[in-house]
Design a protein around this ligand. Structure first.
Ligand code: 5RP
Length: 229
């Protein structure tokens, strides 16, 4: 296992220890959260832990089923005790960019329902300014893609439609929408950009997570974990 995977595993396993008996848990998407789901599966099998999980994507749903984590939907639970998820960028205010896996819309819905939203990451995700290491994913209605691309250019971005890797044409999200990756040379006013995007017709949601994270666990290459809150 390389140093980055050791760090991800450390964050994921520590996150799983925050989950207590009977909790309703948001289950995030991505390679770091996968370690948390693995650890939760072990606790269910070996310690008889009883939890209910709400997945943030088809990927999370499939992984949770493989680990024997019982699943419910947001129609079945009034709120979540905790949500665990990864991130693509994390700034000093614990604001995030998410959506490398195109799951950010459901991830935001789930995070917003959680009393505690715990973000798991390796050190490469920490940035001085959002939008410097990763593009901002924007999920759009397919027929609105061109107008939204134009709007993003007026907002200072260099946007591109995300294309499939083993599929011709655009990436299709779990909702049947498309994703535009908006490259910025740093996002100076995230709250303003958030409002501008959410008021653009055809935008379903975007990957800025502002004021949602309550805790960030940064796994280290030596297996230690730094807790930011
Ligand atoms: C998916 C996400 C992921 O949580 C984010 O990309 C982090 O993934 P990883 O832990 O694999 O680096 O936002 O939409």
């Amino acid at each position: 296992m390389n140093a980055q995977d050791t760090a991800k595993r450390a964050a994921g396993e520590q996150a799983a220890t925050l989950v207590e008996e009977g909790m309703r848990v948001g289950l995030g998407t991505g390679s770091t959260t996968a370690y948390a789901l693995d650890a939760l599966g072990r606790r269910i099998r070996e310690d008889g832990l009883t939890i209910r999980g709400v997945p943030t994507s088809y990927a999370a749903e499939r992984l949770a089923r493989q680990h024997g984590i019982p699943l419910v939907s947001l129609s079945d639970v009034a709120a979540l005790d905790i949500a665990l998820d990864g991130a693509d960028e994390i700034d000093e205010h614990l604001h995030l960019i998410k959506g490398r896996g195109a799951a950010h819309t459901r991830e935001k819905v789930v995070a917003a329902q959680a009393e505690r939203f715990v973000v798991l990451a390796d050190p490469s995700k920490r940035v001085d300014q959002l939008g410097t290491a990763m593009p901002l994913p924007v999920e759009v209605l397919p027929m609105a893609a061109e107008p939204v691309l134009r709007t993003l250019r007026t907002l200072g971005a260099d946007p591109e439609l995300r294309m499939g890797m083993r599929k011709d044409g655009p990436v299709i999200t779990d909702q049947g929408f498309w994703v535009i990756d908006a490259h910025f040379e740093g996002i100076d006013a995230p709250a303003e950009l958030d409002r501008a995007l959410l008021s653009t017709p055809g935008v379903l949601d975007h990957g800025l997570f502002l004021g949602l994270a309550t805790d960030v666990l940064i796994g280290q290459p030596d297996g230690a974990v730094k807790h930011l809150a």
